[in-house]
Design a protein around this ligand. Structure first.
Ligand code: ADP
Ligand code: ZN
Length: 745
């Protein structure tokens, strides 16, 4: 990368630079006077000295934040103690709205702004930034005393005076080494230029393949397109049953935004979904969109980052981290499957990408669209309060009907001993397979069995690092902890009573269901879909292709199969354990179970043949099962609302969790007690805990939790800041704050 080195003189000026480390705020540095003022502005990416190292940072300025959200002040350094900036990097500056957004997220999540900046700079900071996107052009005629060797001639024949040729292409096409190129460059015959990245991303064509929308779809599309045309902040919930054409409809809003020459960001909850999404996008717009997630490779990441900053790419689809890309011309944000818990980042900066996407839309003054068949209660309440608009699709495209949903009462028709598929479910599957249709068995549990127990002494095999059972994975002959990744071979004797061959698996995981299905349906062509067997989006894509091509007819999977797939020949979905997920202390247990089961069920009957969903349950009278059977999502959500409202549970109140972790139980509970001893008081403020977390031990760290609950009009951030300012945890004790927690482990 080109670096302009700055010369110093006495009349220097002072400037704030934010570094991507967890400091409380930016540091001050000097800037040399000789430098043109317009070169350095907020957002400029620079390198500065820090403890004798050279670090990348961003020129910062103070942004006004909403009341209650404040960043901590850094102590002032006397001017003559300041160090000078080292260089300005040859990268596009971060746009102003991204700087504001970073401050906003930091203040809201009570994270150091540098940690949030780190998410925006991750691809900039990776090594080799310098060697990419370099191309070569001819600039001079060849001096008479310059010897034209065969390799040199090859290179010169290839090069042009206008169109730069990427270095990689020169080497690939001519077979010459770097030294030949360098030699020509030293002689002043060719010159390196930065390559525009636009060549990587082709402009989508809004007219490439325009669908014919149904009247209902057209009306929904018109409303969304109007929001794009208005070019101002709005949030619209696009709610519609699975298969109603939500994706089809919001693609039209994307088309309008492209026509307006603005950029679009689409957030998906799961990267596994991205290939099906990008293929669909390509069918509609003729080209692939830019992808953004942790798996795309560092070179592509850098190019994408730069192209986004330079407005050379118009549509980016990605995981939550795409929210921190340096869009300079963003016109629309879409959050697909907005209810998904995976939008919440649970480590590092703990934030909810759905909520922060709305903030980003607001700061950019652009529309946002939330998409779901089963919106979160948070979003529905915002619709009720008229903060969000709503458009609804009520029928499936092309006359496909919604599947019929029935419960199978396991108390009345239990499976045979040691088995998990009840006779009526087995019969329904066999009938489906006989009709040459596809069936799916869903169980949201990886591995063979969730618990291994000693028949002789009752000992349960637990993870040594976590308070969790070890899960047997028969495929890999291992016991695995799903929390920390700990693994061990399956022991022959009980570690406790030493009795031989006494360990037995308890309960099913999908490997066990697969084993049972192979015996019960010997003719079936089975495909297993789980996150540990499908480790890349490509593999997922291949599995999906096998389903579409009908190479398989019985699909067994975990929640990965629930996602927005379109499987036209799938007519039966059997849920092995519909009650799973309803126990536990999670405030959203019912809501989430309903959303998940609705989504799995939605895979069935998406084409001509009608679909059926069978839910195996020990409590078919439970409101979640009833809501599913009756297909009355809204009534269920009203009931949820009525239950949460009186106690000021979200979305009627605010929550923040404080998680204290330490190497010993004593240290964790001492700090948690100290926090508990100075709890805030006041009307509408409640503190629960401290108590040991449900996962009291995680990765060898002992954990305690407290929960702060306030009425909606009371912001939690100032309370937490005040409260925790007096707590000085011992070295090795960590305090994490989770604003709007989704997980209560
Ligand atoms: P959702 O996102 O609501 O689940 P999709 O947009 O995936 O629904 O639509 C379901 C299926 O119906 C997809 O295969 C889609 O291509 C098709 N479809 C929906 N609307 C139309 C339309 N107007 N014209 C052609 N195909 C459509
Ligand atoms: Zn563990």
């Amino acid at each position: 990368m080109k670096q302009s080195h700055l010369s110093m003189d006495s009349k220097s000026k002072q400037i704030s630079v934010l570094l991507s480390y967890p400091f409380k705020g930016p540091f001050d540095y000097k800037i040399p006077d000789g430098l043109k003022d317009n070169k350095i502005k907020p957002g400029t990416i620079v390198t500065v000295p820090l403890n004798r190292r050279e670090e990348i940072g961003v020129i910062w300025k103070k942004h006004p934040l909403p009341k209650g959200l404040a960043l901590e002040k850094m102590p002032d350094t006397p001017f003559d103690k300041l160090k000078p900036i080292i260089s300005i990097l040859d990268l596009p500056p971060l746009p102003d709205v991204l700087l504001k957004f970073i401050d906003w997220v930091a203040a809201y999540t009570l994270s150091p702004p540098g940690s949030v900046l780190a998410m925006a700079l991750r691809s900039v900071k990776s090594p080799q930034t310098t060697h990419n996107s370099i191309g070569w052009i001819k600039i001079n005629t060849i001096p008479s005393d310059f010897r034209i060797t065969e390799p040199r001639k090859k290179v010169l024949d290839l090069l042009d005076t206008k169109e730069p040729c990427p270095a990689r292409t020169i080497i690939d096409k001519t077979g010459v080494g770097q030294s030949v190129i360098q030699g020509l460059s030293k002689a002043g015959i060719i010159q390196a230029v930065s390559l525009p990245n636009s060549t990587l991303f082709f402009q989508p064509d809004p007219q490439f393949s325009v669908p014919k929308l149904s009247q209902e779809q057209q009306e929904a599309s018109d409303k969304l397109c109007q929001c794009v045309k208005d070019r101002k902040f709005s949030v619209t919930l696009l709610q519609g049953i699975t298969g109603s054409g939500k994706t089809e409809v919001y693609m039209e809003a994307i088309a309008r935004c492209i026509e307006q020459d603005q950029q679009v960001l689409v957030l998906l909850p799961e990267i596994a979904l991205s290939t099906q999404w990008t293929d669909r996008f390509a069918k509609r717009f003729g080209v692939q969109p830019a992808l953004w997630h942790s798996d795309i490779g560092s070179k592509r990441r850098r190019l994408t980052w730069q192209a986004v900053a330079e407005d050379n790419v118009s549509v980016v689809v990605g995981a939550r981290s795409a929210l921190f890309l340096p869009f300079t011309n963003l016109g629309l944000i879409i959050i697909d499957e907005e209810h998904e818990a995976s939008f919440k980042q649970e480590e590092g900066v703990i934030y909810n990408a759905r909520d922060m996407a709305i903030v980003r839309a607001q700061l950019s003054n652009i529309p946002a669209i939330l998409v779901s068949a089963t919106p979160s209660l948070e979003t529905l309440v915002n619709v009720d309060n008229k903060r969000y608009e709503q458009v609804t699709l009520s029928s499936r495209h092309g006359g496909a009907t919604l599947p019929i949903i029935e419960t199978l009462d396991l108390r009345k028709t239990p499976p045979s001993r040691g088995l998990f598929i009840s006779p009526p479910l087995a019969k329904a599957i066999q009938t489906t397979l006989d009709k040459e249709e596809q069936a799916m068995l869903f169980l949201n549990r990886r591995g063979y069995a969730p618990l291994t127990l000693c028949r002789a002494c009752g000992f349960r095999l637990e993870c040594p690092n976590c308070s969790a059972w070890l899960v047997e994975h028969r495929r890999t002959h291992r016991l695995v902890c799903h929390h920390c990744g700990y693994m061990e071979a399956i022991p022959k004797i009980c570690p406790h009573c030493k009795v031989e061959d006494s360990l037995v698996p308890i309960g099913p995981g999908i490997e066990r269901i697969t084993e049972e299905a192979r015996i019960t349906f010997p003719e079936a062509r089975i495909l297993v879909m789980a996150s540990d067997t499908l480790t890349s989006p490509r593999m997922t894509q291949e599995a999906v292709q096998q389903i579409s091509d009908r190479q398989v007819n019985l699909i067994i999977g975990t929640q990965i199969v629930a996602k927005g797939w379109h499987f036209p020949y799938l007519t039966l979905v059997g849920v092995v354990d519909a009650d799973l997920g309803l126990d536990g202390a999670d405030l959203r247990a019912s809501e989430r179970t309903l959303q998940l089961l609705h989504q799995v069920g939605g895979r069935a009957g998406r084409a001509e043949a009608a679909g059926k969903v069978l839910l195996q349950s020990y409590m078919p009278e439970h409101p979640v099962m009833q809501a599913l059977v009756k297909g009355d999502f809204n009534a269920f959500m009203h009931q949820e609302a009525a239950e949460r409202q009186p106690g000021f549970w979200p979305p009627y109140g605010r929550l923040a969790a404080i998680i204290v972790s330490a190497d010993t139980h004593e240290e964790a509970s001492a700090t948690a007690q100290a926090i508990g001893n100075c709890t805030p008081h006041g009307d509408g403020i409640v503190v629960l805990g401290p108590t040991p977390a449900p996962l009291a031990l995680l990765r060898n760290r002992y954990r305690q939790r407290l929960l702060l609950r306030t009425q909606r009009q009371i912001a939690v951030q100032p309370i937490l800041r005040q409260w925790l300012s007096n707590i000085k945890p011992k070295k090795g004790v960590k305090i994490d704050i989770d604003i709007d927690p989704m997980s209560f482990l």
